[in-house]
Design a protein around this ligand. Sequence first.
Ligand code: BGC
Length: 395
Amino acid sequence: MPRSSIFPLLAVTAGFASMLSVAQASDDNSAVPGVEKSTFGQLPDGRTVDVYRLTNASGITMRVINYGGIIVSLKAPDAQGNFEDIVLGFDSLEGYLSDAYRKANPYFGALIGRYGNRIAGGEFSLNGTTYQLATNDGSNHLHGGDQGFDEVLWNAKPFENQNGVGVILSYTSPDGEEGYPGKLKTEVTYTLTDSDELDIAYRATTTKPTPVNLTQHSYFNLDGEGSGSILDHYLMINAEAFTPVDDTLIPTGEIRPVDGTPFDFNEPTPIGERIEQDNQQLLRGKGYDHNFVLKREAPQSEELVLAARVWEPDSGRLLEVETTEPGLQFYSGNFLDGSLSGKQGSAYEHRSGFALETQHFPDSPNQETFPSTILNPGETYQSHTVYRFSTRDGL
Ligand code: BGC
């Protein structure tokens, strides 16, 4: 299929992408491959938030805003070719800024930084200095603190290359932000490929040693957002172990085999099949809210590896996740309680979306046996995750 008439394809030079000027969004909903930019809203301080609509060669569309790098919608076909929005979120900026949203704080679709998941007591020591971070989840630090990367305005540059269309988001976190040492320059590239993948590449550099653990917090419902529970989705996680948590959801340090537990997803299993079992870890998480240790032939390898596969029987939609990260947080939407209503006006009820967050393990700065999350000056943090969308008649 020829690429967009909106964006004539430029010759791709070395590097990630060629930069293009951006067409203003048209009112129609046509599926012309390319990127369209329009205004999404205004922050209370007057800054404008833009939305970029990416359309690939098969007509999958994804809308991303430069506030929080939030993916506000992703429309993908079911087995009959009907497109539906399969991520939770809102159609207006107000949805993401409302008191109700901030109170519930589900991080719909957002980029998470500087540290995905929890750091115990919001505290860690590095090279003899103890750092105190914001404690925004009881006594713990969660997803970067009071104002994490999910709530900052990123610079956005749309592009088109031989793989598809995308947007490069960049943000420089000042030294000391949320208590973290070092000025952290961060760049996240979202590419919606013509192979029907959302490809996410993360890079960061720092001026002082600091922990970094970036991730993406989209909630999926493969039967369509707002369509109810995700408990019928079949899930496979490529992991033989997980990291059990204490009652504040901080890892105990143990790496526990999943064999014989409700955490064994090596065979595709409906999410709801064992979620109500009388299991201490499920009770602590109020469902699944755990980090899985991904299986790799060479444990230290940083190759992309299959992390998870999710299939929804009614729509036939299949989501596959690959990552270079050692861990995957599977969160079954346990804290959703119907108090937020999404794009079609339907309430996001308990477990009506799930997140698969590729990551280093939670609380790694305080856990010597976990893979290190410390980035030093002169090094480049790199992380790569692919979410692939397709359909299948059965598993
Ligand atoms: C965490 C949950 C948390 C959710 C929303 C997930 O990544 O693991 O414990 O409630 O994000 O904040």
